[in-house]
Each structure stands twice: as structure tokens, then as C-alpha cells.
Design a binder for this molecule. Structure first.
Ligand code: SF4
Length: 563
């Protein structure tokens, strides 16, 4: 992905951002998006958890393993705490499937995987005191591709980091596989370690679609042989995942592949909506997220009757599938279950409750300790005590904002009773000013039981989230980006630093002569003139910043020979 392609998408978002919505809200939103053009990491992320993950809502504080461990120890001791899901993760894949948003890293050598396995074991030992106190609701071994480990490595992981972990009776232990790397020996190792659920990432069955996905190696026979082995080995819940809405897919082709998969008799088939990364949108949807969502909804409308007919014929049910598929933005999966299959509550089905925590062991993914911290795991260090976790400490109002943003991101509503149970206060009282602005803009409504957010599209949710983060925080972040772009201009004996600053009034220019250099009123007048002229540049404030930088560099180049 080139920064330019990300920029195109953001520029489009700027043009189509909602018009004024409450005092100042839409302006900060538009300014932020337009300036995000300059910052490629931000340019592709808009969802509320992203705001935290990228340190937009709060600064990320690096915490060492011991700090994170004591937060978990406090949580494990606290009365009335919620359930904890454990996610054991491996970031590697053998091949990258085109457009996968979960992909993290291609494996460069067998040594790298061996190291990762050892580091994972070290980290598990480090967190041993916490793990001994907790009984996990579910254990999920995912990735990346967990089946990328050899059978011997898996046995070592199961005998090391996984041995001794307690999962509540009725909780699931899932081992995630991918057809290229899965084998009967690996399934045997997982089964012997007590894993009872296996999930195979099939994604697609149509040959042409698989080719476009870069998974031409995958054959129906591989999938059916995997499902047979899992059945023989006694897994009680055998799932296959499909991705809906991939390029080249039609509702008819998708439904035909779905029917072939059902005939292979998994216990469940989980259908996920394909979430396109920006490079995909740039190539096939003109960079436009909304256009993609519209076509996805129309695909789902056409495919549902075909799926329902195939499921009915082949003995599968999916209560609530229609309503789920017809959501404006589909998040999560719709699960078709074989009639008579006795399966436990599914990880994806058992939505995380507001007081529940999740612990990611490994590199890739987030962890959340309610009312204490949200953090991201960085690449694993050789010494487990030296791992660094990028953390947002959560307490007081920060924890409440975090809760609201998560609920907006996942459910588009906040349950008032649930909030009171967690924080002892009513969210309508805590966020009176923010909710009043959102209500005036028609974006949220506080009912007796719930605060409901009116729209589900990405931009509006982002705008709603910004109200809770606050314009001051956004402006401060934007100013950090701008200060990183400070121009150091040298010509003749003069030197200047030129810096743009953002405030509610827009951009302003700060000029300071270099240390020991004298002022040049002529140069300053020229710089101000250039700054004025940049106001006509297209692309919002981001476009203006770029135009100003370009013109300044050009002006200085023309003068660099002057004495
Ligand atoms: S779909 Fe699975 S195997 Fe393919 S790149 Fe993504 S995580 Fe890796």
C-alpha cells in the first residue's frame, strides 16, 4: 500500500464527511480526517478501538511485563470480576492470502518459529501466578496460523504454556487451522491436549475466487479430509469458516460452495463478512468504504434465500441469520449449525460481557482488563520480563469512555443498567454534554434503558466517538503530527524553522529563526504570503499543509545561492 492510495480514500472521506453536526463536532472531524492524510497510520483506521490502539484517545504508556502482571493479579483477586477469555496467538502465516486483515508476518525461517515457541513458553511461565488464579471462560489458539507449528512444536506448547490452564466446565478449547498447514498429526496433538473444538479457515470453495485470493492450493478434498480426521479424532465441535463478499464471488457461486461444504458435514459453518483492507478498496471500490458496504449489503440480500434453501435441504439451521445478514454493517459471524450437533457456546456467539476481560498471550492482538487497562502486545522479547506492552491505563472517566466506545463499536448502543452496574453512575448523567450535542446532531438518543446511536456507518460512528474523546485531545494529537513535519529551511546565512499549528480557528504559521541566526523580515513576509496562498489548495487542511510545504521548499531552493 502506498501512502498515496491511503490518501485518496481519506480525501474522499473528507469530501463526504457529514456536514455540521453540533457545535464544532463535524469541523474537528473533517479537519482530523483531512490532516490524517498526512499520517498514513491513521489514514486507514476509524473505528473506536483503533482510536485507543493508536493512542489517539489516550497516550499509550509502555509497561513492562511485571506491571501488566500486577494489574492482572489485582483483577484476578477482585470480587465480582467477570469472565476471562484467553487467546493464545501466533502471528505467522506460510503464505499471505490476498486482502487478509489478520495477516501479520510471513515466516522467514524455521528458526523464527522455534524462537517464537520458546518465547511464548517463557511468557506463559512469567504469567503463571496469574494463570493459576484464573479459570478461563474459553481458550482460543488462533493467529495468523497456529497449524503452522510442526506437530512436535505443538506437543511442546501443549505440554508447556497450555498445560495447567484451567477452562471452566462447558468452556471451549479451540484450535484454529488452515488447510495448507493442517495435518492429522497436529489435530491429534491438539485433541490429546484437551482441545475439543477445531475451526478450519476455508474462506472460499470456488476455484476462481481461491485463485484471486492466492489460495489456489486449496482443494475440496483437503477440506473434507480435514473434517473427517477431526471427526475420527473425537472433536465434538468442528467448524469451518467462510468469507462472504470476496472479489469474484457471486451469490450463486457462494451458495454452491456453501452447499458443498455442508455436505462434508461440519458441525457448524461460520460465515464472516469480508472486511476489506484499504488496498483492496483502492483497487476495486475506488477507495470508497461506503460503496463497498452498499455492494456488500446487496450481495447479502441476494445470497440469503440461497443459503437458507441449501441449509434447509441439508439439515442445518441458523436462527436469526436473516436479521444478522441484513444489518447495515455486518460484524462478527452468522453460524449455521447442523441439526442435532451438540456444541458448546461458541466463542464468537458468546459475546463478551461488559465486565469480562480478555488476555492475549503472544504477539498480535489486544488485551483488556476491565477498569484497569487496555494494551497491545508487541513482538516477544527473548527475556519474558523485558516484554513491552503498549498500554492505556483505565480508571475513572477514562474507563467509562472506553466502555462507551467499545459498546458503540460493537453494538451501537450503551445499556444504562449495565453501565450503572459497572461504574455506579448513570451514563446519561456522566456524559450529559456529549449526549446533548449528539442528540442535537441527530446522532444519538438516550432512551429509558439504552443510549442508542443512530447510524452504523464508519464515519458517523467515528464522529460520535470523537465527542467522547473531546476536541482538545484531537487538536493536541493533530499538533503532534504537525510538529513532526516542521520545515527546517536553510538558505545563505539564514535559517528558519516553519511550523504549522492547528486550533479551532484553523491553521496558523509559526516562524522561528535558527539558533544564532538573524531575522529576515523579507523572508518572513514571503513565508506568510505563501501560507495565505496555500489556503486555496484542495483537500482540506491536509491538502493545505502539503501545498504550503511544497511552495516553501520551492521558494527556498530558488534562494539557496543568495549570500
Ligand atoms: S487468511 Fe489465515 S492463512 Fe491466510 S493470510 Fe490470513 S491469517 Fe494467514
Amino acid at each position: 500500500m502506498t501512502p498515496y492510495s491511503a490518501n485518496k480514500a481519506v480525501r474522499r472521506a473528507v469530501r463526504t464527511a457529514p456536514a455540521r453536526a453540533g457545535s464544532g463536532g463535524a469541523d474537528v472531524f473533517r479537519d482530523f480526517l483531512s490532516l490524517a492524510v498526512l499520517h498514513k497510520d491513521y489514514a486507514q483506521h476509524f473505528s473506536p478501538p483503533d482510536l485507543y490502539a493508536m493512542g489517539l484517545a489516550e497516550d499509550l504508556v509502555p509497561l513492562r511485563s511485571a506491571g501488566i502482571r500486577s494489574l492482572w493479579e489485582e483483577y484476578a483477586r477482585s470480587p465480582g470480576r467477570g469472565a476471562v477469555n484467553l487467546y493464545l496467538t501466533v502471528p505467522y502465516c506460510l503464505k499471505r492470502c490476498r486482502y487478509c486483515i489478520f495477516f501479520k508476518k510471513l515466516l522467514s525461517s524455521p528458526r523464527e518459529l522455534e524462537d517464537y515457541k520458546d518465547r511464548l513458553a517463557g511468557l506463559a511461565r512469567f504469567f503463571g501466578p496469574v494463570f493459576r488464579r484464573l479459570e478461563f471462560a474459553n481458550l482460543f489458539f488462533g493467529g495468523g496460523t497456529p497449524s503452522i507449528f510442526t506437530a512436535r512444536q505443538l506437543r511442546e506448547i501443549f505440554a508447556g504454556p497450555v498445560a495447567g490452564l484451567r477452562v471452566r466446565p462447558g468452556g471451549e478449547k479451540t484450535f484454529e487451522c488452515e488447510p495448507l498447514t493442517a495435518s492429522r498429526a497436529k489435530l491429534e496433538a491438539a485433541r490429546a491436549a484437551g482441545f475439543d473444538r477445531v475451526s478450519l479457515g476455508v474462506q472460499a470453495l470456488d476455484r476462481a475466487v481461491l485463485k484471486l485470493l492466492g489460495r489456489e492450493y486449496q482443494k475440496d478434498a483437503m477440506v473434507s479430509s480435514f473434517l473427517r480426521s477431526a471427526r475420527d479424532l473425537g472433536f465434538s465441535d468442528i467448524n469451518a469458516d467462510l468469507l462472504m463478499g470476496l472479489r469474484g464471488e457471486t451469490p450463486e457461486k457462494f451458495a454452491a460452495g456453501f452447499a458443498r461444504l455442508l455436505r462434508m458435514k461440519p458441525d457448524t459453518v461460520s460465515i464472516y463478512q469480508f472486511i476489506p483492507p484499504q488496498e483492496y478498496l483502492d483497487l476495486y471500490s475506488g477507495g470508497d468504504q461506503d460503496a463497498f458496504q452498499r455492494s456488500s449489503l446487496s450481495f447479502r440480500r441476494r445470497v440469503y434465500p440461497l443459503l437458507a434453501a441449501a441449509a434447509g435441504r441439508l439439515g442445518f439451521d441458523a436462527p436469526g441469520a436473516e436479521a444478522f445478514l441484513m444489518r447495515d454493517r455486518m460484524a462478527g459471524s452468522v453460524v449455521f449449525k447442523r441439526r442435532g450437533a451438540e456444541i458448546k457456546e461458541h466463542y464468537a456467539m458468546g459475546e463478551l460481557g461488559p465486565a469480562d476481560a480478555y488476555f492475549t498471550l503472544g504477539w498480535q492482538g489486544d488485551s483488556y482488563i476491565p477498569a484497569k487497562a487496555f494494551y497491545q502486545t508487541t513482538p516477544l522479547a527473548a527475556d519474558p520480563a523485558k516484554n513491552v506492552f503498549m498500554t492505556v491505563p483505565l480508571s475513572g472517566r477514562k474507563a467509562m469512555v472506553f466502555h462507551v466506545l467499545r459498546r458503540v463499536a460493537s453494538y451501537n448502543e450503551v445499556d444504562r443498567m449495565e453501565f450503572r452496574a459497572l461504574f455506579g453512575r448513570d451514563p446519561v448523567a456522566v456524559f450529559r454534554a456529549e449526549l446533548a450535542e449528539l442528540a442535537r446532531a441527530g446522532l444519538a438518543r438516550a432512551g429509558k434503558e439504552k443510549i442508542v446511536f443512530a447510524k452504523t456507518d464508519m464515519k458517523t460512528r467515528f464522529l460520535a466517538s470523537m465527542k467522547f474523546i473531546g476536541a482538545r485531545r484531537l487538536s493536541a494529537r493533530v499538533n503532534e503530527w504537525l510538529s513532526e513535519r516542521r520545515l527546517l529551511l536553510r538558505f545563505g546565512r539564514l535559517s528558519y524553522s516553519a511550523r504549522l499549528e492547528y486550533s479551532a480557528a484553523g491553521l496558523s504559521l509559526r516562524l522561528s529563526p535558527g539558533r544564532g541566526a538573524s531575522r529576515s523580515p523579507a523572508f518572513e513576509a514571503l513565508a506568510r504570503k505563501i501560507f495565505e496562498r496555500s489556503s486555496g489548495a484542495p483537500g482540506g487542511l491536509g491538502g493545505r499543509v502539503e501545498a504550503f510545504e511544497k511552495m516553501m521548499r520551492y521558494a527556498v531552493k530558488g534562494r539557496s545561492g543568495e549570500a
